[in-house]
Design a protein around this ligand. Structure first.
Ligand code: SAM
Length: 246
């Protein structure tokens, strides 16, 4: 089996299940035009995210890692009426491009792009006692275990936590890897596997993005308290590129 075959099958499935869509295509074009990397989810993974969000009838979604807002568009379209999505992005330029893409997709009224390193913005969500039906983690992999821990304190019982890029082209099995991203993913898998408050699994994926994988956890226990000493009174001023209702 080659990448050529995986790509052909992905294109076939895309034609059936994720056909061309103006807002998504424009978001990809604008992201590329801004010189940003094409590291967004594949169309079929976007569709899977949307489907999973619909499965839990998500009214509140949290995303870590916005890039140009491609996965945000997939997820925001799954929101129940009156729902909202908060997406965290460290890079101001990425956040601005995402904001424009989300506005073009007609979703600016329900998506908030929050700028800053996720480990700084997550505590503010905890301070607001935010609760999410679905958390999608797709930011830097080094901090994955910490992000999972935060997701566990912010996701309601019955909600989903979804994590992308958890196979690292198979390097995830290499306990001696010197790549901090691989060690970050391994620490995350250990944390998720050892958490009695979730029912979880991880899957290998192939397709137009090559060989990688995703992890999915259904939260079966109560949310954990926020990591100790890590709440913030309010969101740091000026970190919101766009907000629901301003
Ligand atoms: C893989 S891309 C996200 C792709 C996006 N979810 C999609 O599929 O369209 C990862 C993003 O995470 C952002 N990022 C990296 N480190 C971060 C951090 N510490 N906090 C928040 N965002 C971060 C990067 O700037 C980048 O835009």
């Amino acid at each position: 089996m080659t990448e050529e075959v995986w790509t052909a099958v992905d294109r076939y499935f895309e034609g059936l299940f994720a056909p061309p869509d103006a807002a998504l295509e424009e978001a990809l074009a604008a992201t590329a035009a801004a010189g940003m990397p094409a590291i967004q989810v594949s169309p079929l993974l976007g569709k899977l995210l949307q489907l999973l969000a619909m499965t839990v009838q998500a009214r509140t979604i949290l995303e870590l890692g916005t890039l140009g807002g491609y996965s945000s568009i997939w997820l925001a379209r799954a929101l129940s009426p009156g729902g909202r999505l908060i997406t965290l992005e460290a890079d101001l330029r990425h956040a601005e491009v995402a904001q424009a893409n989300l506005a073009r997709a007609g979703l600016a009224d329900r998506v908030e792009v929050c700028v800053g390193p996720a480990l700084e913005t997550l505590p503010t969500l905890a301070a607001e006692e935010a609760r999410f039906d679905l958390v999608f983690i797709d930011a830097d992999k080094e901090q994955l275990a910490a992000y999972f821990r935060w997701a566990r304190s912010l996701t309601r019982r019955g909600g989903l936590i979804i994590v992308d890029n958890v196979v690292r082209r198979g390097e995830v099995t290499n306990a001696d890897s010197v790549d901090p991203r691989v060690q970050g993913v391994r620490a995350f898998h250990a944390a998720m596997a050892g958490d009695p408050g979730v029912t979880a699994t991880a899957l290998q994926t192939t397709g137009i993005k090559g060989y990688d994988g995703i992890a999915i956890a259904l939260v079966t226990g109560e949310p954990l308290p926020p990591p100790e000493g890590k709440t913030a009174a309010s969101r740091p001023g000026g970190n919101v590129v766009t907000g629901v209702g301003g």
